[in-house]
Structures are given as structure tokens and as C-alpha cells.
Design a binder for this molecule. Structure first.
Ligand code: FMN
Length: 154
């Protein structure tokens, strides 16, 4: 075993395969999106999920002030969206959204979409943990997921 350092910690975590989501908030009619793979299930009753966002994120204010948000689980045809929303200053890209019930914007053609209400925010280390209550869902049984492993898509 090797003593933990930032480099081997990151590399070790990259050995855990995940899906890829884009979490969106709509603030004053501007849509913010972030590529997030810290998404996870938390509770069935009440229906809760979680994700974390670095507190140095350029959009941390917008995320922490939003009451509602959308979590969009990407299909393997949406790598371009994952790259786009991982950029600090994304250039323009035509993205098709549909409306959620609470002024949220959901990305079209995802493997699944969750409309959520922010339930609790917890400061944890250098990230802010968002615990979200899921209000509405939809999913597509035919699409395949985008997966991320060893810092690469597969
Ligand atoms: C596959 C993938 C997953 C990511 N997951 C997270 C995550 O769970 N939490 C996070 O804070 N950043 C995550 N990021 C980084 C953000 O998408 C983004 O690059 C980062 O927040 C810096 O940009 P910003 O300052 O504009 O927010 C991920 C990036 C990629 C490519």
C-alpha cells in the first residue's frame, strides 16, 4: 500500500467506473450546466440522490442558490455534451432542452432525466455536497450509457 497523496488518490478514484451526468440550473433565464460523475443514489424513501461540486467552480453561486435543478444522465452519443459542460468557458453549442415542471431545463435525448429539488447542501472538504429530492423522472430503455473509467470515456 502507498501513502495517500493527491496524485495517487485521483488515480485510484479513476479506477471506479461511473456514468456521466450534466447537472443544470436555470438562473434568471440563463442555463448553467456542469459535467458531473459524483452523482449517486442515496435514498429510496424519500427519493434522494447526491452529487458534489468543487467550491471553486465558476458557477458555485448559481448552483447553491438554485432551489430546483435537472440531472441528465448522458448516453454514449453525448460525449460532445460531456466535454462541453466540463469547460470553464464553453463556446456556443446548440443544445436542445425541454422544460421541466419547476422552471428547470432538461437535456433532450439523454438516457434518463431527473428533476430535483435541493434538499440539503453540506460543505465537505473542497466540495459542496448537494443532496437532492427527486420529483420527476424519465428514461429511455434503448440508449446505452456514456461511461468514464481511468479518466477516459468508454
Ligand atoms: C467526466 C467528468 C466528470 C466530472 N465530475 C465532476 C464532479 O463530480 N464534481 C466536480 O466538481 N467537477 C466534476 N468535473 C469537472 C467539471 O465538469 C468542471 O470541469 C469543473 O467544475 C471546472 O469548471 P468550472 O469552474 O466552470 O465549474 C467532471 C469533469 C468530467 C470530464
Amino acid at each position: 500500500m502507498n501513502k495517500i497523496k493527491i496524485k495517487n488518490f485521483k488515480k485510484t478514484l479513476s479506477k471506479f467506473i461511473t456514468g456521466v451526468t450534466v447537472v443544470c440550473v436555470n438562473r434568471n433565464n440563463k442555463i448553467y450546466g456542469k459535467t458531473i460523475n459524483s452523482f449517486n443514489a442515496l435514498s429510496l424513501s424519500p427519493p434522494l440522490v447526491l452529487f458534489s461540486l468543487g467550491h471553486k467552480s465558476s458557477s458555485i453561486e448559481e448552483y447553491s442558490k438554485s432551489k430546483y435543478l435537472s440531472i441528465n444522465i448522458l448516453s454514449n452519443k453525448q460525449k460532445i455534451l460531456s466535454n462541453h459542460f466540463a469547460k470553464k468557458n464553453p463556446s456556443s453549442l446548440k443544445i436542445n432542452f425541454f422544460d421541466g415542471k419547476n422552471n428547470t431545463k432538461m437535456i433532450n435525448n439523454c438516457i434518463a432525466n431527473l428533476e430535483c429539488r435541493l434538499f440539503k447542501k453540506i460543505k465537505m472538504g473542497d466540495h459542496l455536497l448537494f443532496i437532492c429530492e427527486v420529483l420527476y423522472v424519465n428514461y429511455n430503455n434503448k440508449l446505452k450509457p456514456l461511461s468514464y473509467f481511468n479518466s477516459k470515456y468508454n
